[in-house]
Design a protein around this ligand. Structure first.
Ligand code: G3H
Length: 536
């Protein structure tokens, strides 16, 4: 099945060939693109090629392996630009900060084709999803600008309570450290980075483990669009770079999308944890619950897409499917037929859904999970399930899965789909209640009474319940969060603006003299904060 999955070099369409090796030595500190002449990290593409005799890995570029020293220089630049809240950026008017971000967006859009191509080569994401990641990020930035204007307009007023006149504004928190995940290295990183910047924080940004080279064309865009030190971009191993930053105690906001273990290890290093705000998107094991009266066509198509879009490498992916025993046979028949229709191939191929995996060792890890499930009585029930060629793993559907297996609780983050047959809905409710994770779940059914009961049982367990639909983050204006080990804080276009800022009140006693002062400040535009003007 997978023997000829990787193309000969000559078979790669010209449009998608990477003609040049990308040696990426520059990093951005204090408005300067500094050139690193130390050790480099090789970027190995998940897309291998077929030489005719063997499968060959493609090393498509290198990125700097910076040390503590350069990371701390980046932090110093961010600290200086923030200057305890007195710097140019944190005190700049909102309208001016918005103008910087608008300029950034115009310049970023010019890099679309380069970024999309690199996303395919670096993380194996298919072409439509790579394009969507880019476009969705641009829309997110546009919506963020709109959201901030709305927020600012709502705050352009005075309250008068109990003889105290007040105006409430939102102001930045300080220096933010932003780190994103490899599965959405552009989108998820920018959904924290852009709100952090636009609210007046200064930032140290470290790109994800994979999905790094595509930042190269954006480095000079960042450099040109923001004052020096406002955004600093570093590369290297987490333990070498990020730990040192956190230990200084100078990070005020930690925005991280990754594992809960990674987040806790980094957070613990901050010497004054009460000064650190965290915005975290973490692990998940979102279950689908298929009720006996579910419309199986809908349930199957949503579960196939929900568990296997981008090879199951989405934090919101359906990672375990519970099916009521009366319908489990019909469900798995239709489900495996649905999986068989998913086209495997290289990211740029038309209609391709299953692509190579970027994490080294991932196929071995997935095999381990499959073998563990087999040991406790499950079988791979789809043809070719679990077949491997280099970085390619053909989706494996495992059934019947039970609580003894690692797949029951462990987040596979890949193309392995565990299916559990249940008798009583209480078994599933208990699973959700006992789970360490609480991001989202999906319910498939048609009986309003039963669905209503389940909603009430499960509403305090997760951040979102999807009815007859797969789990997903979007639309990005809706709150995205999680309970337990799945998240800290809430993200959405508007929530992110709040997450990276704090309310600040300007107040005075209601006397004639005070009112005169306030009115004069406002009328004569004496303050960037105390004002009544609208940003349209
Ligand atoms: O990896 C987690 C992403 O936030 C999921 O977003 O549901 O739009 O794929 P998505």
């Amino acid at each position: 099945m997978l023997k000829n999955i990787f193309p000969l070099v000559a078979e790669i369409p010209t449009e998608w060939q990477l003609n040049d090796f990308i040696e990426q030595r520059a990093y951005l500190v204090n408005g300067e693109l500094r050139i690193w002449d130390g050790p480099m990290n090789e970027v190995v593409s998940p897309v291998s090629t077929n030489t005719g005799n063997s499968i060959e890995k493609n090393i498509i570029g290198t990125t700097p392996l910076l040390t503590q020293k350069e990371s701390l220089e980046a932090l110093d630049a961010a600290v200086a630009a923030y200057s305890n809240g007195t710097g140019e950026w944190p005190t700049m008017s909102i309208a001016k900060r918005i103008a910087h971000v608008e300029q950034f967006l115009v310049e970023m859009k010019k890099q679309r084709s380069t970024v999309v191509k690199l996303l395919m080569w670096e993380i194996g994401k298919n072409l439509p999803d790579s394009e969507k990641e880019f476009d969705r990020t641009c829309i997110y930035i546009e919506d963020t600008i709109k959201g901030l204007k709305n927020l600012d307009r709502r705050n352009s007023k005075f309250e008068n309570e109990e003889g105290v006149i007040a105006q409430v504004r939102r102001v930045p928190l300080g220096v933010a450290l932003c780190m994103g995940p490899y599965n959405y290295p552009l989108n998820e990183t920018f959904t924290t980075l852009i709100p952090a910047l636009i609210m007046g924080n200064t930032v140290v940004f470290k790109p994800a483990k994979y999905g790094v080279l595509f930042i190269k064309p954006l480095l000079s865009v960042f450099q040109n669009c923001f004052p020096k030190g406002v955004i600093n971009i570093i590369y290297g191993k987490g333990r070498e770079t990020v730990g040192a930053l956190m230990e200084t105690g100078k990070i005020d906001v930690f925005a991280f999308i990754g594992t809960n273990k990674g987040a806790s290890d980094i957070k613990k290093l901050h010497p004054k944890p009460n000064r650190l705000r965290s915005v975290l998107g973490l692990d998940a094991k979102n279950p689908a619950i298929v009720l006996p009266d579910a419309d199986l066509e809908t349930a199957v198509s949503e579960c196939v897409a929900g568990s296997l879009s981008y090879n199951g490498q989405r934090c919101t992916a359906l990672k375990i499917i519970f099916v009521q025993e009366q319908v489990v046979d019909s469900f798995i028949k239709k489900f495996t037929e649905g999986v068989a229709k998913l086209k495997c191939g290289m990211p740029w191929e038309k209609d391709v859904k299953i692509t190579p995996l970027p994490e080294p060792g991932k196929t071995d890890y997935l095999k381990e999970l499959v073998n563990n499930a087999k040991q406790f009585g499950a079988s791979v029930i789809n043809e070719n399930g679990g077949e491997v060629n280099d970085t390619f793993f053909y989706p494996a559907v495992l059934y019947p899965v039970n609580a003894q297996m690692r797949l029951y609780t462990e987040e596979q983050f890949g193309p392995v789909v565990p299916i559990v047959s249940y008798k009583n809905i209480e078994e599933v409710i208990d699973y959700v209640v006992q789970s360490n994770f609480g991001q989202q779940l999906s319910i498939f059914g048609t009986n309003p009474k039963l669905i209503g009961h389940l909603i009430d049982e499960l509403a305090n367990q997760v951040g979102r319940i999807n009815i007859n639909a797969q789990c997903q983050r979007g639309p990005d204006t809706y709150p995205f969060n999680g309970r337990k080990d799945s998240a800290e804080g809430t993200l959405s276009v508007d929530d992110a603006l709040r997450a990276f800022s704090i309310r600040m009140l300007i107040s005075t006693k209601d006397t004639v003299a005070n009112k005169n002062i306030v009115q004069t400040i406002v009328r004569e535009h004496q303050s960037n904060y105390l004002r009544l003007d609208y940003i349209f």
